[in-house]
Design a protein around this ligand. Structure first.
Ligand SMILES: N[C@@H](Cc1ccc(O)cc1)C(=O)O
Length: 597
């Protein structure tokens, strides 16, 4: 840790005032800050930019593109790497990333192009986040093998509102992180959160076809993987999906004119859309009498696309999935504690790469963190830094502090006492389920909404069990599963292990824990304590660990916690639920005519 103390730059946290401001924003009022948004005298700003360009040319400073490359953001550059490098050095061009509100929240997989955009913003490039409330009506086929299910109007409206709020919050947190990591205050910064519905709703079909359609060639559009795959797998593609790139291209043209946006960033599945947009914008500039059109190599006014890589973990899994479900940024869908735990579980082989991608820590700082990490990997120093920074980005500084404190409390020196605020929330949810009339109206709305969302994601192929997990952090188990000797079965049913025998092995190596019932209650969870599930499986009865007769709290290893709500078999069936091993259990019970062990 002593190495970390020498760190030259980051403030421990942004000042109280910033946090207060941030909270005000979260509560819905937009803040007007001054940091980095100083309306600078244009001549002074230009002189400052020129000075920086000279430093880059003389090798005294790294170029913007080099910084992005060094941190792992660049997979492909459309329009030429050298040209973009030159342009970013020469001119404070505008940049944008778009996201369609296909769900109520972004997930961590979305973060990569956004992080690259935030770096541009913090370095002084006018930056735009674009919410695709217009394009979501069409549905982007990129990277998909099937057509998206149509969203109901009310679900779509909720998604749009939620994501808009989320993007606003992200911007506020980025600003706080910029202050914390001491990005210079004395530069001009512009950020915008736009919504393409504002211009697409007024766009006529004739205008779109005439302006954008004429500039797009069928050849490259048909050659795209997303189109070819659909033709080959027999799924086919609707014309509206096929025409999606036209709308994205029109967005770019609109922002090119209004805000000087010359760079679009996106995930690698967006590469085709980025190229199509560049072609369309250059066609429109030529045909619509853009004064700026110069010679063929008019790089100063050209457009560029930057595709970020598709992330996989060191073990080859797709990044951003936890137990098969997406890791959401919305704290109602994944609380700060769980988000913290997700990043804490990052493999040692991935953590340096993720620190570069998901934090604003300078590279030298990351080197120091890694040096300290290598001295004692078991401390997971790097994973803690990563987890805290990501929660701070997604949920804000206050929640990051709480998540860190909750973790420390939960896992401090093997005493395993906890008062997890996430757990407390979950307990409250259990109580609500049992007394639905006690839930206040706003919460009820949220729960109903989550249910709608869960059932709409069932339509896209998730099992009912997945949706149940998505809707809450709690699993529901039927009481008959709990009998003397059944802990391995319960661990399996709770989703903590893949099979009963894996459960047996986990208990044998003393890696399974359960909360002691007489150490607290749902009403007062702060005193609860963990106990290792005893090795003598056959004489242990999970029923003895029921909290207030309705919940069992289990843990596998250091951090995988599962809260189980226990209901009677009748209620379980009435709610249409199932869990791993349940069907099998019932079949064996019917066969033997008695309860199965
Ligand atoms: N098509 C992008 C989102 C997007 C929408 C509109 C744009 O102008 C740009 C990007 C996606 O699905 O990820």
């Amino acid at each position: 840790m002593s190495l970390l103390r020498q760190l030259p730059r980051a403030r421990p946290y942004v000042c109280q005032q910033c946090i207060r401001k941030q909270r005000t924003t979260i509560e819905g009022q937009r803040q007007k800050g001054t940091w980095g948004q100083k309306i600078m005298d244009p001549a002074r700003a230009a002189a400052q930019w020129e000075q920086r360009a000279n430093k880059i040319k003389n090798g005294q400073e790294k170029s913007m593109l080099t910084i992005l490359e060094e941190r792992g953001f660049v997979k492909d550059v459309a329009g030429g790497r050298e040209q973009l490098d030159w342009l970013l050095t020469q001119k404070d061009i505008g940049a944008y990333v778009g996201v369609d509100p296909t769900a109520p929240s972004m997930h961590v997989g979305h973060l990569l192009p956004f992080m690259a955009l935030f770096w541009l913003y913090l370095s002084g490039y006018p930056s735009v986040t674009l919410l695709g409330a217009g394009t979501v009506l069409i549905g982007d086929p990129s990277g998909r093998t099937t057509e998206r299910a149509r969203q109901a109007d009310d679900v779509r409206t909720m998604n749009i509102l939620n994501m808009r709020r989320q993007i606003d919050q992200l911007w506020t947190h980025v600003k706080c992180l910029g202050i914390k990591h001491r990005f210079p205050a004395e530069i001009s910064r512009t950020r915008m959160a736009l919504d393409n519905h504002t211009w697409l709703q007024n766009l006529s079909a004739i205008e779109l076809m005439q302006q954008v359609g004429s500039g797009m060639r069928l050849g490259p559009m048909l050659a795209r993987d997303s189109v070819k795959v659909r033709m080959e797998n027999g799924e086919g593609m609707s014309f509206s999906e096929f025409s999606y790139p036209l709308f994205q291209a029109y967005d770019w043209w609109w922002m090119y004119n209004k805000h000087g946006v010359q760079l679009q960033l996106g995930g690698s599945d967006q590469y085709g859309n980025l190229c199509a947009g560049m072609d369309a914008v250059s066609y429109m500039r030529r045909t619509r009498g853009d004064q700026r059109v110069g010679a063929e190599d008019d790089i100063a006014n050209a457009t560029f696309g930057l595709a970020t890589p598709l992330l996989t973990t060191a073990s080859g899994e797709k990044f951003g999935k936890s137990a098969g479900n997406a890791v959401w940024l919305d704290k109602e869908m994944m609380n700060s504690f769980d988000l913290y735990q997700y990043f804490l579980r990052t493999a040692d082989n991935d953590v340096e790469r993720y620190l570069k991608l998901f934090t604003f820590l300078p590279i030298q700082h990351i080197d120091l963190v890694m040096e300290s990490q290598r001295k004692d990997e078991s401390k997971r120093t790097a994973q803690h830094v990563l987890a805290k920074e990501v929660v701070e980005l997604a949920h804000g500084a206050e929640d990051a502090m709480k998540a860190e404190a909750a973790h420390k409390e939960a896992f401090s020196q093997g005493t395993h006492t906890f008062s997890l605020f996430g757990l407390r929330k979950a307990f409250e949810e259990i109580k609500k389920k049992e007394q639905p009339d006690k839930v206040d109206e706003a919460e009820l709305k949220l729960l109903t909404y989550k249910k709608t969302y869960a059932s709409s994601s069932t339509a896209t192929g998730n099992s009912a069990e997945d949706s149940q997990k998505e809707a809450s952090q709690i699993v529901t188990l039927p009481l008959p599963l709990l009998s003397q000797g059944s802990f391995p079965r319960v661990l399996h049913a709770a989703g903590l292990v893949g099979s009963k025998s894996e459960g047996q092995r986990l208990i044998a190596k003393r890696g399974a824990y359960v909360v002691l019932p007489n150490s607290g209650s749902l009403e007062n969870p702060s005193g609860l304590k963990w106990e290792q599930i005893p090795e003598a499986i056959s004489t242990t009865d999970p029923n003895q660990y029921l909290l207030d007769w309705r919940a069992l709290v289990l843990r596998s290893g250091k951090s995988k916690i599962q809260i189980c709500r226990i209901v009677t078999e009748e209620d379980f069936e009435k709610e249409g639920l199932t869990c791993p091993g349940w069907e099998d259990f019932k079949a064996r019970r019917a066969e033997s005519g008695e309860e199965t062990q």
